[in-house]
Design a protein around this ligand. Structure first.
Ligand code: SF4
Length: 328
């Protein structure tokens, strides 16, 4: 079996609140990604997904990390800024939601795409060739000429391709994509997802795709990790995620997705995730769960593998809910 490219074990992330006091945002998560695997990290805003992504890359020095993050066997928690920059620049790349914010309006896209390669010592000609090839791979027509354009000369979807090109030009092995399609319209979203699927498959690129929009992960991900209030509440294959969601929160997320060609109206999940400083001591979902019992209020459920499906679920009632589902 190929070893995982990324292994996260017992990761906690504390970040300062506006008063400067540390608050636990991510609370002991385990995630692994195999080479070439595409994993979707889903959950509502405020679940801790983006903080997890930033923590994986050591992007925020105000965060206090505990636990372990190993990339290709190397420990990143506690690594020096220089080592982290090297891993970020060469092996793990990241794209964010805000393509415009990620681009410098005063530099041509060519200058921006070649920059990471030049910083690694590539000649101007090599960097130029690789940049054109990457833009071309990402479906930017007339890539050589477009290298001389400025970001404002590109549409929103094209700008996101430029940002992807900046991330991919250095041939990373892992891409962390944080809500990269959120600012795009539905048609552009579909195009970017299709592109990302093709590029990831061709390059055997591992991807951690972070989104609050579960509708976009169906054709993309191999596996889904569901996060709520700083904890992972379910990990399963993408087929099980859509076909037999086990955790009540996952069910709620899916119920909130509008069905294509259906009269079914969007049902939003009542309530909101608890603030990090006000999380309950029992199950983190207890305040919004229609199945909650006294046990849920008192005892925090651990993430346990369900023998019948192989999914890992943090819910006291998961086996019972699944049994009920089976007989219906
Ligand atoms: Fe709901 Fe209890 Fe399961 Fe939490 S442990 S999701 S409150 S049934």
């Amino acid at each position: 079996m190929t070893p995982d490219i990324l292994q996260v074990r017992g990761l906690t992330v504390d970040a300062p609140n506006p008063a400067g006091d540390p608050v636990r945002i991510v609370d002991g998560i385990d995630v692994s990604i195999a080479p070439g695997e595409r994993v979707a990290l889903v959950g509502e805003s405020g679940s801790g997904k983006s903080v997890t992504a930033r923590a994986l890359l050591g992007l925020d020095e105000s965060m206090i990390l505990n636990g372990s993050i190993t990339y290709d066997g190397r420990e990143l928690v506690g690594a020096s800024g220089r080592d982290l920059r090297r891993v970020r620049g060469q092996e793990i790349a990241m794209v964010f939601q805000d393509a415009l914010g990620a681009l410098n309006p005063l530099m041509t896209v060519g200058q921006q795409i070649t920059e990471p390669l030049r910083a690694r010592g590539a000649s101007r000609a090599t960097a130029q060739r690789e940049a054109v090839r990457t833009l071309d791979e990402l479906g930017v027509a007339d890539a050589g000429r477009r290298m001389r354009s400025y970001p404002h000369e590109f549409s929103g979807g094209m700008r996101q391709r430029v940002v992807l090109a900046m991330a991919l030009v250095g041939q990373p092995r892992l891409l962390i994509a944080d809500e990269p399609t959120t600012a795009l319209d539905v048609r552009m979203q579909a195009q970017v997802m299709q592109l990302l699927t093709e590029v990831a498959a061709e390059r055997r690129l591992a991807v951690l795709f972070i989104t609050h929009d579960v509708g976009v992960v169906g054709d993309f991900a191999d596996r889904t990790v569901v996060m709520y209030a700083g904890k992972i509440v379910e990990q399963c294959t993408v087929a099980d995620f859509f076909g037999r969601p086990a955790h009540p929160y996952t069910r709620g997320l899916l119920a909130a997705v509008p069905r294509v060609n259906s009269e079914e109206r969007l049902r939003s999940m009542p309530g909101a995730p608890p603030r990090p400083a006000a999380r309950p001591s029992g199950c983190v979902f207890v305040g919004r769960c229609s199945f909650a019992t006294d046990r849920c209020r008192e005892e925090r459920p651990m993430l346990r593998t369900q023998p019948s499906t192989g999914a890992a679920v943090a819910c006291h009632l998961a086996p019972a809910l699944e049994a009920v589902e089976r007989v219906q």
